[in-house]
Ligand binder design. Sequence first.
Ligand SMILES: Cc1cc2nc3c(=O)[nH]c(=O)nc-3n(C[C@H](O)[C@H](O)[C@H](O)COP(=O)(O)OP(=O)(O)OC[C@H]3O[C@@H](n4cnc5c(N)ncnc54)[C@H](O)[C@@H]3O)c2cc1C
Length: 460
Amino acid sequence: MAQRPVILVVGGGYVGLYTALSLQRKLSRGRAEIVVVDPQPHMTYQPFLPEAAAGSVEPRHVVVPLRPTLNRCRVITGAVIGLTHREKRARIAPVEGTTFELSYDVLVMAAGSVARTLPIPGLAEHGIGFKTVGEAIYLRNHVLARLDAASSTDDPQVRTRALTFTFVGGGYAGIEAFAELEDMARYAIEHYYPRLSAADMRWVLVEATGRILPEVDLDMGAWTVRQLTERGMDVRLNTRLESVSDDGVVRLSDGEEFPSETLVWTAGTKPNPMLAETDLPVDSRGRVECEATLQVRGMDDAWAAGDLAAVPDLTKDEPGATTAPNAQHAVRQAKHLADNIVAVLAGNDPTPYRHKYVGSVASLGLHKGVAQVYGVKVKGWPAWFMHRGYHVSRVPTFNRKARVVADWTLASLFRREVVSLGQLQDPRREFVFAANTGRAGQLPPPRTDQATALPPTGTA
Ligand SMILES: Cc1cc2nc3c(=O)[nH]c(=O)nc-3n(C[C@H](O)[C@H](O)[C@H](O)COP(=O)(O)OP(=O)(O)OC[C@H]3O[C@@H](n4cnc5c(N)ncnc54)[C@H](O)[C@@H]3O)c2cc1C
């Protein structure tokens, strides 16, 4: 290995950011060069996305900028589009400019997961995911814009379409997004839309299995269904999305059809497909095969962790059990992985990763939540409080913790911010209209997302 090995970290999310942070603290500049590659200039703290969508936390505060935080690393804004670990060479497509190759000595594969979609007619055209800060903010503006549209017309068909919100997938990401956005929309209607009533809205959650929130026990999942149902939300278990027509009519496997201008897909994730362009060994689910030390199977100087890694779960007796794809493991694996790299560089042996899953906390809107931690089941306000306490303690950097707490404090002193900034979706529209055709007194045509209210192709 080189005198000053190059450590390539692919991805600057949970695993990438925490690994690089730990490495830059433990290895002085002279001992290694740490290169972090990510298409985004920031890490996204995904558990706060539902709160960002609901307006409780500023979008900028749920992301952690890579360059200031990883100030002793080289940060490349671009995507690794493939690599040959045999030759220790990665192919990188920067955000602009031509693709180039980078040689490295040690690899940390941390490119996470992507939405697992199905070939459902109309899904790619009309659906949107819930994994990025862009999607969360789009949905916030979109839901509020639907309230504006419904409140500004007497056409019952337009109102029904605008006020029907469909979510697919009942894991924590889907349930939190569903519940937080409904809570925000209900508040907005009750305070600022006298022509609408909360009963005019229809919130439908479609889940293919017989339960939601598989991260908690069955009774807690069932309790959550009851809570959502009591709020007037329509939770359909053992039901699948069959299709979405060109004009936005959603068809379910139970035979029901209804028009809905909002379709959010949160039905699971799959390992980053970029792995197919590498020579790393993958299992039948497309995850990088790892040893308990977090080394890639058969490769001493390649490491992987997080959503894309099949890491043996040493706390379970079942043969072949692997750790679940969640933040709890991602953070701990990252720290363990960094310690192991430092140990190996110093000529010591790596140690196996072992962590027993502690449990889950989920927010269901302001002052509402569900949690199961160390087997203790908590519901309602205390669970919501635990959710906030846990995540603010976990969000990286003191700067972000302080800003998130400031957001919560301000939000508790004033009424909720419920204005749609839909112009962000198409900021050049007014100017292009003025420059091309606009004359005094003429109005530009309605925005695409207001006319059809479905995400433009490309954002799904
Ligand atoms: C809405 C939501 C809520 C969640 N809430 C919880 C929760 O409450 N509790 C919990 O435990 N877990 C939660 N999770 C799951 C948790 O966020 C993930 O398990 C965790 O982010 C996985 O970390 P990771 O580093 O593997 O992937 P990520 O954090 O997704 O990071 C992957 C990074 O790789 C980058 N990347 C992608 N492709 C490339 C490429 N080709 N080259 C370079 N970089 C690339 C991405 O831009 C990204 O920054 C939630 C997830 C979502 C979406």
